[in-house]
Design a protein around this ligand. Sequence first.
Ligand code: AMP
Ligand code: MG
Length: 400
Amino acid sequence: MRSVDEHRQIIAALLPPTPTITLPLAQTQGRPLAVELVSPRPLPAFDNSAMDGYAVRAAETAGSSAAAPVVLPVPEDIPAGRVDGPALAPGTAHRIMTGAPLPAGADAIVQVEHTDAGVDRVAITTAPVLGRHIRRAGEDVRAGSAVLPAGTTLGPAQLGLISALGLPEIAVGAPLRVLVLSTGSELVEPGQPLAHGQIHESNGLMLAAAVRAAGATAEQRHFVSDDPDEFLAALDGAAANHFDLVITSGGVSAGAYEVVKDTLASRGVEFTKVAMQPGMPQGAGRYRGTPVVTLPGNPVSAMVSFEVFLRPALRAAMGYACTERPRVRVPLAEALTSPAGKRQFRRGALDRASGSVVSLGPPGSHHLRWMAASDCLLELPEDVTELPAGTLVLVWDLES
Ligand code: AMP
Ligand code: MG
């Protein structure tokens, strides 16, 4: 049997890096930054006020107090956005708002709460500190400095920063185009009635959603039956459409009518057993040049296989710095057993407050309900069979 790590490497090697594309910033949420971002300009771009108040010379107002306020004329009002830059004459104070440019000559801001809020003249009741409440040009970002490393996922804060730097577009890793193809003659589209022996198809949407959540684009062919001609026709369509990857589910285990295995074993895909539970039957290769990864049909097996093999490979190919789920080692809140010689992935609930984990549902790979209730996977090593309560286990955080 092939090890989990070996199969991970084989799948990672199937996917070449995606190209870099430059997109309008508004279209880049969730994408990885293609190259290190070097700031074209300083932030703030100019010295400005951090408070609503008055721009003053600190030395002229040093003696102010509530009992003996310093009173100064206020010749100018400087709201945010004023661009003509009036200088501060000695013996005066300009009224200034947060974000407005500091007038030449001023070296402190008196916040409005420390004044009588006067408009033509202002009485200053607390002495300002030199340099206080002034945001200096470049104190957040220096021009030419590296602000985000390549591979950073562009989330809200990153998009805010890039906008603040004035960049309307940015180079990111292009999404992989993935076709998700379910197989099974028993499958019926949700919404359609079932005959006894039929089931509603669920892997297709689940895997397409997982592909999208990983940052790629997914097209879902709802499903094909276990007829080899139908399956091959769907794959030929995929090759013609230049998908970067085809993910199939079903038809890879040891029974008869294993359409994926029967059809592709002689056409460039290698089928193998991976020492893992769930998800033992796996396949990977190329069909007419297009990478194909064949996942088992049991829904929990398909989902866990995607997490273990495909998600990291997809993210690495697209240039994300963060390819793996965050992992924590926490104590088990219960005793568990695990099969010898297989790496077991149990579904679970991570109790972040107490820092412990509990498994959810039985190990069987059809218990989709428990997969849906889980927020983590427990990775139980191949050589472990008995795990008493309190054993430290590796937990993959699926919510991050
Ligand atoms: P297979 O790997 O094709 O032998 O399927 C294993 C189990 O998973 C069977 O119980 C199938 O009915 C079920 N299964 C396969 N594909 C799907 C699918 N797309 N949606 C839901 N269940 C599936
Ligand atoms: Mg099947």
